[in-house]
Design a protein around this ligand. Structure first.
Ligand SMILES: [Zn+2]
Length: 299
């Protein structure tokens, strides 16, 4: 559970205005959103050594080199086999995946990690709060969605704790983790550079920025996660200034990914590139947080 809650609430709000009943809507929105989470997707090259190996509804990104590869996110547990076969389909041996990292530990992005670790032998690296949740395989009270979220399916075996701004290497791949928390206390954005011939582009895999929670949690005065607002704001500030040629997000639709891919496939060679998109993504998260805080003040 995650951003799904956000989508559900948004569609509920829209449809409640039209006079619909909440209960029926919740069921419908759930079915709709989850539908694409496990829908198989043919893997493909995004640019250079960066590949999309996820499902239609959940991103998993592979950065490859002749001496080792990095996988970002593992979708839900039941898609792990599908992601593994996507990795081999783009020509990377599972044993060459040395490192697995994660956007945030909700089950739709971390559920497949333990199985993918078993199949690849990779080390998992995460910021301290996320690393602990992955090791424990249990959700933590600091998560704004604690009451409703599903933890990663299983405990993850080898989890290395890294810090904000740490540069990681796997073979010839270099990737940096940046704390962009708030959605969870361990939310992480990953950055790297991919090249094709003499053209290099800066990738940003930005974590979810949605300020959604279980009922009863308040971002404005939480006792379990009092840093939530500050965390969100420093994440927004980071994303407004990071060098960003191509934005990717854990939920592809959150950054219009499929639309951009369709435009590229129809001949717009640079349809994926938009150097202002990370800042707009941060602005949208910021606006949502402001609305959320306004609503909490009114309660
Ligand atoms: Zn989430």
């Amino acid at each position: 559970m995650t951003d799904e809650t956000h989508h559900v609430r948004r569609s509920c709000r829209a449809m409640l205005r039209a006079g619909c009943l909440t209960i029926g809507l919740l069921g419908m929105a759930h079915a709709q959103d989850r539908g694409t989470w496990t829908q198989p997707q043919e893997p493909f090259r995004i640019f250079g050594n960066t590949y999309f190996v996820g499902t239609r509804g959940l991103s998993a990104v592979l950065i490859a080199s002749p001496t080792g590869a990095v996988l970002i996110d593992g979708a839900v547990r039941e898609s792990a086999a599908n992601i593994a076969s996507n990795i081999t389909a783009v020509g990377v041996r599972l044993l060459d995946v040395r490192l697995i990292v994660n956007s945030h530990v909700h089950s739709d992005h971390a559920g497949g990690i333990s199985e993918l670790q078993r199949r690849t032998g990779a080390t998992v690296a995460a910021l301290p709060w996320s690393a602990q949740v992955l090791r424990d395989g249990r959700k933590d009270r600091r998560d704004p969605q604690y009451e409703t979220s599903t933890p990663p399916a299983e405990r993850v075996a080898r989890v290395r704790t890294v810090h904000d701004g740490q540069v990681l290497h796997a073979g010839d791949v270099t990737i940096t983790g940046h704390q962009t928390a708030g959605h969870t206390p361990g939310g992480t954005t990953w950055t790297w550079r991919s090249c094709e011939a003499d053209r290099c582009l800066d990738f940003v895999y930005a974590d979810s920025l949605t300020s959604v929670s279980a009922d009863g949690f308040r971002f404005s005065d939480s006792r379990t996660y009092p840093e939530a607002i500050d965390d969100f704001r420093s994440g927004f500030a980071f994303l407004r200034t990071v060098s960003c040629d191509i934005l990717l997000t854990p939920h592809p639709e959150a950054s219009g990914f499929w639309d951009r891919i369709a435009r590229r496939d129809s001949g717009q060679r640079d349809a994926l590139i938009d150097r202002a998109q990370c800042a707009r993504y941060a602005d949208a998260g910021d606006a949502q947080l402001r609305r959320r805080l306004d609503a909490e003040r009114g309660q």
